[in-house]
Design a protein around this ligand. Structure first.
Ligand code: PNS
Length: 161
């Protein structure tokens, strides 16, 4: 059987240590992991697509079987193009579950061959989100241990603009 290719899709605005924890776990489990950033999302991101990809590439360069890509349109179409068998999503708390369940079941309806796999981040990241990280950065709170140092630096520059 070919090594399983898993896609880890998201906005990654910006990547956090919670995302990286999940990527590391997935890298140990799957043959290949493609972390893919959604292009043209409805929400206006803090970081451009190019910046988000750069931060992800920088933060995942030590994982040999992890790549970073972008996608647009339906996730299931992108998964078909890559011949991926798994969609990977992180679940932190019960509050994530409803939205994730809807998305997983809709994706299954669209492509029954594709399995959504939910993974749990380390407990210390169970309350961490890109949204909270952006808010902390805007309000001058400490970001130490929440994002990689290079991302922290970019956040500081972004909020000083
Ligand atoms: O990090 P996010 O913002 O929670 O990621 C959401 C994402 C990118 C996984 C989701 O919005 C998505 O898959 N968008 C692509 C469009 C699509 O396939 N929609 C149907 C899913 S039910």
């Amino acid at each position: 059987m070919d090594p399983v290719l898993a896609i880890y899709p998201g906005s990654f605005d910006p990547v956090t240590n919670g995302h990286l924890d999940l990527i590391e776990r997935a890298g140990r489990l799957f043959g290949r992991v493609v972390v893919s950033v959604l292009r043209n999302a409805e929400k206006t991101p803090m970081f451009t697509l190019k910046e988000r990809v750069e931060m992800l590439r920088d933060a995942t360069q030590m994982f040999p079987n992890v790549e970073v890509d972008t996608f647009d349109g339906l996730l299931v179409d992108y998964a078909r193009q890559l011949d991926a068998r798994v969609l990977l999503r992180g679940i932190r708390a019960v509050s994530d579950y409803e939205y994730e369940l809807q998305m997983a079941l809709m994706n299954r309806r669209l492509e029954p061959q594709l399995e959504t796999v939910f993974m749990l981040p380390a407990v210390e990241y169970s309350y961490l989100s890109s949204h909270l990280v952006r808010e902390l950065a805007r309000l001058g709170g400490s970001l130490t241990g929440l994002v990689p140092p290079a991302v922290e630096q970019r956040l500081r520059i972004k909020v000083a603009d």
